[in-house]
Design a protein around this ligand. Sequence first.
Ligand code: CA
Length: 354
Amino acid sequence: MYDSGCFPFIKSDVFESEDLNAFIGLGKQDTTRVRLVIQRELTTKGSMLETDFSKYSYLVRDVSMHLPVNVGDYTDFYSSKFHAENVGKLFRSEEDALLENWLHMPIAYHGRSSSIVVSETPIKIPSGQVASENAIVYKSSDKVDFELEFATVIGKSNLLGKPIDINRAEDYIFGFCLLNDWSARDIQSWEYKPLGPFLGKNFATTISPWIITIEALQPFKTKALKQEGILPYLRAACPTTYNINLSVSLNGKVVTRTNFSKLYWTLSQQIAHHTINGCNLRVGDILGSGTISDEQEKGSLLELTYNGEKPIVVNSKKITFLKKGDEVVLRGFASKKGLKVGFGKAAGILTNEL
Ligand code: CA
């Protein structure tokens, strides 16, 4: 509806771009105004959109969804304490589960933006170096996994050398989408020491095509988990997070339901920490939350199956890790007193060939 004349305050041709970067780059003043106009048009009887709906709208089934932003940099955090403890126990030991730095800062690694794909893109099972019982071999991964994550899309750049204050961090967020950090556990567990994830992760990352703006989530704000002993630059005046229901379906069956608010480190802490050394974030960058697990629920098959030792049953079939033809769908929504905001889905099917 950009040619409808509803947005005379937007002077440039940002709506004709193939991605949202230029639009987001206009800044909150313009993007929130566009949002309010669309809201008004959708909810006012006799509005242009309501009276001429078919002219300005398409059915989702009639269009192809694309990546919403051109992702410059992608960082993946590791901010769920439950997930970090579960993985630490499996990769190391009960005593050594949470490494000594984990409670002091939001740990992350720099991911790969070139292999971020939009929902419904098939995922090719990767091959790589794997440590088998007696030898190091090159083979197709037997341990392809999903990771249930939530992604922040950066809406404002900070200058190189200028950290973002934790109490201003949300000003730098445009919105959010769902993210599946596909992981080959056999490749990952051999390569990760000492520098962390590499080829076990960067073969594909799926995101959902819709960005839910941070303004849309304000009714779902809630208190963040209590923390102690953190440095001042990570202490917000009023630590908050968002109440968002998340789930994973495997071949049509839900295998995990959890909530974004179970994350230990908040989005503001992730942004404050990411920039505390002067690192600059840019419009369209994506920050993955890290796999979201909680007391009962687990956001990856690594955790659900105890690294493949205790298969789960899905549609009467025992599952340890993903195989060709398996489909994973992440979904999310926030709801409160008649309000509901949906995130759509981040879906992908495993294949041997593209
Ligand atoms: Ca991850």
